[in-house]
Design a protein around this ligand. Structure first.
Ligand code: MGD
Ligand code: SF4
Length: 731
């Protein structure tokens, strides 16, 4: 199938109706306008793939953003969300000035204040917390690079605890499982070598709807080259529509399928015997472990025919080692997610794909020195051991745990800094808990570009300027080719908004910690760093992206042993660390909960026009997709007596109801499930486009399953029923 056809068919499938524009629309060289055209390099911040691009202005007015031709994250194209960057800059609902709460916590009443007053207030509250409770009682929640500056300021103060929701609500189980198996993680961008794969297995990864730019392009390249695509999904996703095999699995039974695939590869001796002998540890235990799990057993759990399980296992083996079982990205589903990700990691080892072309390549980044500034002291005790002792294998903060430790009489935390993360719509089913925490904390500082549900809980709201108005840290991600990219301001910050580094430095000054930020402007730091690697800010302002030579090979050298960073130095099929910590050392299948009578599995995913909730109010992207719809199978729709276009509210077994949402009747979903695009259903009245459009899946989650290894929140185990909503009603 040719790539053009791939895009055309994606477009025809509705869910990705804007695909041609997504990847094709901005590839052309921009034509100069009739006025004076100027350009500046940027890095897209509309999602976290961080594509480098160029902002064009005509006569000082924003014109367009296009992809950087030399950037490995985007290969010269931005997706639709990326081209919507100008909408974020122009959004009339943006936060305009610092705000201070008036009245009690939880009220949405603020007064505008100066930056000086906001900083003084924050510093005074921080010092009061330190005097009464200790310096370590502030937590940072952050999503995005700007959070690093607040992290530094808080560490200098004596508070080290932080959490990124991208761990416990997204990639945590994958990072944990691959580190346990291979001693290192998959990285971001993922180190998948999809463009060279001959067989790709997607397990609940809806690439194409979940639009990570270069990843979609490499999937399209693989399909152009004739790769076999196998998609495992209860829903007929866009990727499923491109697949040689679509396996509409019963929700929550993926580990059963993965075990059966291992059973076939091992018992039919289709696994890579040389690779396993050279690199792997625990093969004998794995062989014994998978014996009961043959395709006939798996059929009863998954609903996938035994013949299909065998056929797809053989297709992978035929293509191996250029066979890639994709590790997924948002993998927090049923609470046994580290086990499922371990099963995926092990399957890849049996196929010999880690370190091989068409599997997973080795990443490198630029050896970029840190700016010479004093380092905050290390904490006397390990805060992770104090706050999350039950998750000893996790090396980062667990956001849901930090929230739990902020509520109630014995709450550890007394203050929060929240940078660019909308916790009430991000932590599943935690809205009441967040409200309770915010009521009892002595300080909640929220740094955002937009009013959002979380800013409603703040004592102090600090308006950040958008990425088109600021310098940020250099992009230096592990990649195929080490690359640096620059984000610089194209415009002066609108209103009174300011960049995160400026705020963190200002608060540090108030606290007497200014020497941790010994520069006037972040550009000084960037220039110093660039000069250490033979470049300069001046050069990067012209180029935007600079590639550097690799130091090591991109794939394993055939036959050469590797020392993996695991306890045994080998790929651990049998995980000694899991065994030592009382967890299953080989993947265990746990049957999922089933919906009560009259309820459906609540399934959710992404759409190409939006990134979570952050883009819904963007005027450009709202126009493309102004609301979500709930997908319902025709048999379920007939039983409920509803039709496409009707409005319903979703209700969970505890009686919690969503905003109204339109019905979309489609055979692309299983009869036992419904599906929503995540990110809609904003309730904050200050986002004038986004408020009350569509339904929020996160607020309906009543059966959140905590992963016993990663501590992450399994978010696919909740159920809803559908209630008809009359004209004019919102819920
Ligand atoms: P976003 O929703 O992208 O991230 O959830 P979050 O971490 O909350 O954006 C949060 C806030 O960032 C918004 O209020 C936005 O205005 C603000 N923002 C945008 N740009 C900037 C900026 O430049 N500076 C500042 N200071 N603020 C900015 C994402 C999280 O959600 C993740 S990573 C995943 S994978 C999970 N996905 C998910 C799901 O699919 N379903 C459900 N139910 N829950 C989910 N939660 C998780
Ligand atoms: Fe921006 Fe799209 Fe790249 Fe994400 S994938 S950084 S939204 S262009």
């Amino acid at each position: 199938m040719k790539r053009r056809e791939f895009l055309k068919i994606s477009a025809a499938l509705g869910a990705a109706g804007t695909m041609p524009t997504l990847l094709g629309g901005c590839a052309a060289k921009p034509l100069p306008g009739s006025g004076v055209v100027t350009t500046s390099p940027t890095i897209c911040n509309m999602c976290f793939w961080q594509c480098a691009g160029t902002l064009y202005q005509e006569d000082g007015r924003p014109w367009k953003v296009v992809g950087h031709p030399d950037d490995p994250h985007c290969d010269g194209r931005l997706c639709t969300r990326g081209t919507g960057g100008i909408g974020a800059y122009l959004d009339p609902d943006r936060l305009r000035q610092p705000l201070l709460r008036v009245g009690k916590g939880g009220d949405q009443q603020f007064r505008a204040v100066s930056w000086e007053e906001a900083f003084d207030h924050i510093a005074q509250r921080m010092q009061a917390i330190a005097e009464r409770h200790g310096k370590d009682r502030l937590a940072l929640f952050s999503h995005g690079d700007g959070g690093n500056h607040f992290h530094r300021m808080l560490q200098a103060f004596g508070s080290h605890a932080y959490a990124h929701p991208s761990f416990a609500q997204c990639r945590g189980p994958r990072a944990t499982a691959f580190a346990l198996t291979y001693g290192e993680s998959v990285g971001s961008p993922d180190r998948t070598d999809m463009g060279n794969s001959r067989c790709i297995v997607l397990i609940g990864s809806h690439i194409g709807e979940n639009l990570h730019n270069s990843q979609v392009q490499s999937l399209a390249r693989a399909l152009d080259n004739g790769a076999t695509l196998i998609t495992v999904d209860p829903r007929f996703s866009v990727a499923a529509s491109k697949s040689a095999h679509w396996l509409p699995i019963r929700p929550g039974t993926d580990i059963a399928l993965l075990l059966a695939w291992m059973n076939v590869l091992i018992n039919e001796r289709l696994y890579d015997q040389d690779y396993v002998a050279l690199h792997c540890n625990g093969f004998e235990q794995l062989v014994r472990h998978v014996q009961p799990f043959n395709p006939e057993w798996a059929y009863l759990e998954t609903g996938i025919e035994p013949a299909k399980i065998r056929e797809t296992a053989r297709a992978m083996a035929d293509a191996a080692p250029a066979a890639l079982v994709h590790p997924g990205r948002h993998v927090t589903w049923y609470g046994d997610d580290t086990q499922r990700c371990r099963a995926i990691a092990i399957l890849n080892a049996l196929l010999g794909s880690w370190g091989r072309p068409g599997g997973f390549y080795s990443q490198e980044k630029v050896d970029l020195p840190e700016y010479p500034a004093p380092k905050p002291d290390k904490p006397a005790t390990d805060w992770k051991a104090v706050l999350q002792p039950d998750f000893p294998l996790v090396g980062t903060g667990i956001s849901n745990r930090l929230v739990e430790r902020s509520v109630g009489a014995d709450a550890f935390f007394k203050g929060w800094f929240v940078y660019a993360t909308n916790l009430p719509m991000t932590l599943p089913g935690a809205r009441d808990q967040i409200a309770a925490a915010a009521q009892s904390l002595d300080l909640v500082v929220v740094v955002d570009t937009m009013p959002a549900e979380i800013t409603g809980f703040a004592d102090v709201v600090l308006p950040e300027c958008t990425y088109l108005e600021r310098f940020d840290e250099l992009r230096n991600k592990p990649e195929r080719t080490p690359t640096l990219a620059l984000r610089m301001p194209a415009f002066e910050p609108r209103y009174q908004s300011r960049p995160a580094w400026w705020m963190a430095k200002g608060i540090a000054d108030r606290l007497g910690l200014g020497h941790y930020f010994p520069w006037q402007d972040l550009s000084e730091v960037l220039d110093w760093q660039l000069r250490q690697v033979g470049s300069s800010l001046d050069e990067m302002q012209k180029k935007g992206v600079k590639r550097f030579p690799r130091k090591g090979p991109i794939y394993f050298e055939p036959g050469r042993p590797i020392r993996f960073k695991t306890p045994s130095g080998k790929i651990e099929l049998y995980s000694s660390l899991l065994a030592d910590n009382g967890q299953d050392p080989l993947p265990r299948y746990t049957p999922p909960d089933r919906p009560p009578e009259g309820f459906f599995h609540l399934n959710y995913g992404r759409a190409p026009a939006h990134t979570f909730g952050r883009t819904i109010n963007n005027p450009q992207l709202f126009e493309l997709m102004p609301e979500n719809a709930v997908w319902v199978h025709p048999s379920a729709a007939a039983w409920l007596d509803i039709a496409s276009g009707d409005y319903v509210a979703l209700e969970n077994p505890n009686g919690r109801r969503s905003n109204r949402v339109r019905v979309r009747v489609t055979e692309r979903i299983r009869p036992d499930s419904v599906f929503l695009v995540h990110g809609f259903g904003h309730t904050d009245g200050r986002q004038r486009l986004a408020r009350n459009v569509g339904a929020d899946d996160a607020d309906l989650m009543h059966n959140v399953k905590i992963d016993p290894i990663a501590g992450s929140t399994g978010m696919r185990a909740s159920f809803v029923t559908l209630k008809r909503v009359g004209k004019g009603e919102l819920t």
